[in-house]
Design a protein around this ligand. Structure first.
Ligand code: DAH
Length: 344
């Protein structure tokens, strides 16, 4: 019995003094393991008189339980300590300054394109796109500008081969949409996209720029529908109360054709440097779709009519945001682009 006491006390002392989990596992083996100190107490049993055996056995079992419980308790304690230590080590100092995640901004031309799309979608238009590498057929022929027509020289064109070119205007998309409709009415589309011309780049010219083409074809569409539509667009793009005026012009694909001015949003029409003292700013070309254009696309021009317009997005953005050099849109200087985050 004394021996049991002694083994138990020794085990408990070891457990008490133990400071890490590995060491504790070692103690578990040297006490409760097969050849451990407690297990080997059992071998002493065979030398005892039969009458003492049950009490001895009982005592060894109690010793086992006591030591097991002590091991368990210590294990829990050491595990908790280890966890506390880890938490302490991995603690995040939330008082340190954070790393700012800088987000990009929408490009000013994207803002203007989306604004135009939104306002026309609001009037029941759908948005249509077309290829930038376009056929001469849609860019010129269907727009009533046949081969050798002098008007072709006005739009210096990047030709890929005699039939294929980089589209010079979104009017090419208009011609595709007309054809796609196969004579069905009505058509109401807005067609934004990039266009290309062999221009030398300067403050107001770019060999690549953006336009949005508008097209409506139905029965009884008149010039007043065009005017009302453009008035609405001017109010939305440049602020309420803008006036618009039509000046006679000429495009091959419209008859009559007009040049559209909007009253200056900076001086309200009194005259300032932006409107060059005139009170008016020219923003787009428009007109009634030429009957021949409708007929070529498979419509009966005696039974329907349409209006169309083409607006330069850089020009709108420059006027809206007071940008004085078109190259700003294309050199991707983030100091310039960042200014448009407030317009999102
Ligand atoms: N395509 C013309 C240009 O690029 C703009 C234009 C004028 C488009 C009149 C039209 C229109 O749809 O009706 O200069």
């Amino acid at each position: 019995m004394e021996k049991i006491q002694q083994v138990q006390q020794q085990a408990l002392d070891q457990i008490e003094a133990c400071t890490d989990l590995q060491q504790l596992q070692q103690i578990r083996i040297t006490t409760l393991g097969k050849k451990g100190s407690i297990s080997s107490l059992m071998t002493m049993m065979k030398d005892l008189p039969a009458t003492e055996k049950p009490a001895f056995g009982q005592q060894v079992n109690d010793c086992k339980k006591t030591v097991s419980a002590a091991l368990e308790k210590k294990q829990t304690l050491l595990e908790k300590e280890a966890l506390d230590r880890q938490l302490q080590q991995e603690k995040i100092d939330i008082t340190l300054p954070g790393t700012a995640l800088r987000s990009g901004t929408l490009h000013p031309l994207t803002l203007v394109r989306q604004e135009i799309e939104d306002l026309f979608i609001g009037m029941g238009y759908t948005v249509a796109e077309g290829p930038e590498v376009e056929l001469d057929f849609y860019n010129f022929e269907r727009a009533n500008i046949p081969a050798d027509h002098p008007a072709r020289d006005m739009q210096d064109t990047f030709y890929i081969n005699p039939q294929v070119l980089l589209r010079t205007h979104t009017t090419a998309i208009q011609m595709r949409e007309l054809e796609k409709a196969q004579g069905r009415l009505p058509i109401k589309v807005i067609c934004p996209g990039k266009v290309y011309r062999r221009d030398d780049d300067d403050a107001t010219h770019s060999h690549q720029f953006m336009q949005a083409e508008g097209l409506v074809v139905d029965e009884n569409i008149t010039l007043t529908d065009l005017k009302g539509t453009l008035q609405f667009m001017a109010d939305r793009m440049f602020g309420k109360g803008r006036q618009i005026r039509f000046r006679p012009s000429y495009f091959q694909f419209t008859e009559p054709s007009v040049e559209v001015d909007v009253s200056c949003h900076l001086c309200g029409g009194k005259g300032c440097p932006v409107c060059k003292g005139t009170g008016w700013i020219e923003v787009l070309g428009a007109g009634m779709v030429h009957p021949h254009v409708l007929d070529m696309a498979g419509f009966d021009s005696s039974a329907c009519s349409g209006f169309a317009f083409g607006v330069g997005l850089e020009r709108v953005a420059m006027l809206k945001y007071g940008i004085d050099d078109i190259r700003n849109f294309y050199i991707n200087d983030t100091r310039f682009l960042k200014m448009f985050d407030r317009f999102d």
